[in-house]
Design a protein around this ligand. Structure first.
Ligand code: IMP
Length: 194
């Protein structure tokens, strides 16, 4: 079975290829199908955005397609930045600017609980329209200053108690074991294999 992963992120494709290595599924990237039309991520939930991207890819190519959407939800901010995680500090901001904005917002609140979670939804859509969405999370704490240089995005601020460090300080394989994306991908792989 050929399965298209509708993402421009090569790291995500590599991650899923590793998880599917022993299965009969051949993973295609958007490059393998000559590129995919851009999709506006204007949904109000991670699941809605993932489904929108996967549906567009399946309709465009005729292959079963998967797509993901993820982000950070901070308890003290009522779940923000949430689905706006990538654009939290404006469309052209850097990871550092997003992290600084997050620290600034939390500092303004004073002494508050700094619990947060990363969430990842992955949608699978067949060309006939059937679909399934899996979602998973990883809980942690937002530090008061960044720590570590690995990973991406909010990783330097996200302290994971099970690891005793931030995602930016952890080995990639350890992050994959515990991360929202790793967990959601493993749920999806189980579904695909069953
Ligand atoms: P997307 O799902 O690739 O669009 O990611 C949305 C945004 O959420 C990213 O730009 C990051 O800012 C943030 N994000 C999602 N997953 C992670 C992660 O594993 N580490 C750090 N930031 C993440």
């Amino acid at each position: 079975m050929k399965l298209l992963f509708a993402t421009a992120n090569a790291n995500k494709v590599r991650e899923l290829k590793q998880l599917l290595a022993k299965s009969a599924i051949e993973l295609l990237s958007s490059d393998d199908v000559g590129g995919l039309a851009p999709v506006e991520e204007d949904g109000t939930s991670f699941a809605e955005n993932a489904l929108k991207k996967a549906r567009a890819a399946a309709e465009q190519t005729g292959y079963p397609a998967i797509a993901d959407d993820s982000g950070l939800q901070v308890d003290a901010l009522g779940g923000r930045p949430g689905v706006h995680s990538a654009r939290y500090a404006g469309p052209n901001a850097t990871d550092q600017q997003r992290n600084e904005k997050l620290l600034g917002e939390l500092a303004e609140l004073g002494e508050v609980e700094r619990g947060a979670r990363f969430v990842c939804a992955i949608a699978l859509v067949y060309p006939d329209g059937r679909h399934v969405v899996v979602e998973d999370e990883c809980r942690g704490q937002i530090l008061e200053a960044p720590a570590g240089t690995g990973g991406f995005g909010y990783d330097p601020l996200f302290f994971v108690p099970e690891l005793g460090c931030t995602f930016a300080e952890a080995e990639a394989s350890l992050k994959n074991q515990l991360s929202h994306r790793g967990r959601a991908l493993r749920q999806l792989v189980k579904l695909l294999e069953s």
